[in-house]
Design a protein around this ligand. Structure first.
Ligand SMILES: [Zn+2]
Length: 321
């Protein structure tokens, strides 16, 4: 019998593409993403960047790790409000954390991946269904997150107060603890890449990317913004979206060794407008082979509009019922 070589993905009518999102985000306030806990101190995650191989010099930089960003994005899909049914998307699909459904038609698992470790029975919206052991490989990967500036974390004294508004007991003394924070105005270059997904599968990615911006961070405060700079003579978000069969664009990825903001922004913007060896002064760049599109790039406001359009497609398809 001939060996069948297949990825396991169902064949679909819609074309598949690779997609990339490149962005620079800024924390408008302190941000906490935990790394280690020492006695009563919650420390933020940092990375060490070697600056000179000979001398072993290294920089310490704040870090929003890609795996944490991925978790926040996935939850934004699981907790998306489904209209009419009074439930959240994960409940309506029977897909959560850690109990992912791993079905190729799940708008979450199709891109984020899933795992059913053994044959099991689950109840979804009051209906019992059997699930067989399944592995669904994620086709969305996250990168970047190393801050540009070298500002170290700040440490603050906080107090965990009793959960009641008022009680007459001797136990209501607040518990003090210290927490480190990533300082405000740190800039983080971030990247999402999708492998061979359809436009509707990318709609989940676009929704999760935009929706998670207000929710990045562990505990409070939370939230980041897309950093803006001058592109084509006006302030626009530093955001690039690519959809392609072949990677013709220069990738706006910033070296973690760069510590100067102007150098980092100039590098990002220069790469954004370079496609197939040409400097292109347009915010929407397309390359064709015959009648077929092989590469398309959206930059700044039009990239934002592209992600918003896709988010709207996601909401119309999965949330509006
Ligand atoms: Zn799922």
């Amino acid at each position: 019998m001939a060996t069948k070589i297949a990825s396991g993905l169902p064949t679909v009518d819609a074309p598949r593409y690779h997609f990339d999102i490149y962005a620079i985000i800024e924390a408008p306030q302190e941000l906490y993403f935990g790394h280690e806990t020492q006695v009563n101190v919650n420390q933020v995650e940092m990375v060490q960047i070697p600056v000179s191989a000979d001398e072993g010099d290294a920089l310490d930089k704040c870090y929003i790790s890609p795996t944490k960003r991925r978790g926040v994005e996935r939850r934004s899909l699981i907790w998306a409000p489904v209209q009419d049914e009074g439930v959240l998307l994960g409940e309506s699909l029977g897909c959560g954390i850690p109990h992912t459904c791993a079905q190729p038609d799940c708008p979450i698992c199709a891109v984020y991946g899933g795992l059913v470790t053994s044959n099991t029975e689950v109840e979804v919206m009051g209906v019992k269904q059997k699930r067989t052991a399944t592995t669904m490989l994620g086709r969305l990967v996250h990168g970047g997150g190393v801050a540009i500036q070298t500002m170290g974390p700040s440490e603050k004294q906080r107090a965990m107060h009793p959960a009641t508004i008022h009680r007459d007991s001797k136990d209501d003394t607040p518990t003090p603890f210290r927490r480190e924070y990533n300082q405000p105005a740190l800039l983080y270059p971030i990247y999402n890449h999708c492998l061979s997904v359809t436009d509707i599968e990318f709609a989940s990615v676009a929704y999760a990317f935009l929706d998670s911006l207000a929710r990045l961070g562990a505990g409070n405060p939370k939230g980041v913004r897309l950093y803006e700079a001058e592109l084509q003579s006006r302030q626009q978000p530093l955001l690039v979206v690519d959809r392609y069969l072949t990677p013709l664009g220069k990738r706006p990825v910033i070296s973690p060794r760069i510590t100067d903001v102007t150098e980092a922004l100039t590098g990002f913007i220069d790469a954004a407008y370079h496609v197939h060896g040409d400097r292109v002064d347009k915010d929407n760049i397309t390359r064709m082979r015959g009648e077929r599109e092989v590469f398309q790039r959206w930059i700044g406001d039009v990239a934002m509009r592209k992600l918003q359009d896709d988010s709207l497609t996601f909401a119309t398809t999965y949330l509006l019922g």
